[in-house]
Unconditional design. Sequence first.
Length: 479
Amino acid sequence: MSPIAHIRLSELTSSIAKAINATFSNQQYWIVAEVTNYSFQSGKGHHYFDLVEKDSGSTQIIAKMQAAAWSQGHERILEFQRLTGQQFKNDIQVMMKVSVNYHASYGLKLTLLDVDSNFTIGALELQKQQTLLKLITDHPDFIRKVGDQYITANKQKPLPAVIQKVAVVTSSSSAGLQDFLHTLESNSFGYKVEIDPYYTIVQGEVKAELIYNKLLDVFKSGIAYDVVVMIRGGGAQTDFLIFDQYPLAKIVAKFPIPIITGIGHQVNHTVVDMMAHTATKTPTKTAEWIIAHNRAFEDRMMEMQKAIVIKSQQLLSKHGNALASIKASVSHQTQTLLSESRKFLVEAHQVVVNRSREILFDKENELVQLSSLISTQPRILVSTYKNDLVNIISNIKIFKSQFLKNQQAYLSHHQAVTKMMAPDNILKKGFAIVKVNDEITSDPARIEEGKDISIILKEVEIRSTVKQKTTYGGKDFII
């Protein structure tokens, strides 16, 4: 049996590669497909996914190919996500530019080169996203995005408790204005809202400046409006492009009075809606929102009134019971105090009467004793002092002579001592007086070697110069 003719697998894949490359080399195609089996290697920036096309009448897959995005495709995917706000993920339909590649090891695969953002969200939605991005980028001080919400200075303005005065920016011929006014005027609660209309054109991109100027007129009016309402009726998608314009969205985001929008119908959501304090879907919904806001305040007041009435009744009942209890207690304690006070007064009266008698008796005895003393005591005192005077006179007579003699002896003694210590008597006994600089001194420190001194004896004065000075212990005068 002769061997079966065959070729290697690599030869077959090489032939397939040549055939495919001959047809698809340097060719690029825009295709529309749905993304499935998506995965992303963030470290390398590589995207792997399948592209499928399903039958329009069922979920049956009628075409499927593997695809990947490398560095160029990765940058296009990031741009797509940034422009659309849509994550590149499973189950989204996209228009993309691809090239066809075949590898002997990895097989047939499409390489993503670009993604058409306009196809996914449409040209108008793309413009809206660009406007939102520019608002956030240019004005981070009063516009920022948190999650899916836009936080603006206007959104953070506090609403008054009750909305009573409203500036309405709209078209004079707007059916939405009539719906708004009718809803307000026919509210079942009887609320009155004062409306000041600011008429302008609310359709067409080029007319956005007119609405902008009307908002400036509201601001410059100086009227203390509670809110500003911007409304218009429904229409085609292009009718609302005026509310996606950058300058108008900017002034709404920063406007100092809360702005309430009621633009279009349920499917319309503009950039101005995102920048305003509160967005409602239609003019009628805007009026209903104002009525609900005022009703909420009335409900709070009614609840507070009810709570005050209930609390007042509770307090009155509580304090009424307390007052009754206090009254009974005061009455009882008053009677008890009066009874005790009467008893105390009776006892005190009796004590005062008895004590008064005792005090009067004691004082009477003291007066009798004092009277007796007054009548006898002076005689005794006079007699005593008279005897003392006689004794003193006798003593003076006896001791006078003796005292004088003693004093005379003391004087004689002092006179003798004074004569004995006189300088002339001292000199007669062989002592001398020393003068330094003509002054008498007994201080050895003043007598210095080489100094002139005077020595006075009984009848002679000697002048000499000190040649030597030595210490002397006074041995010659020891007795």
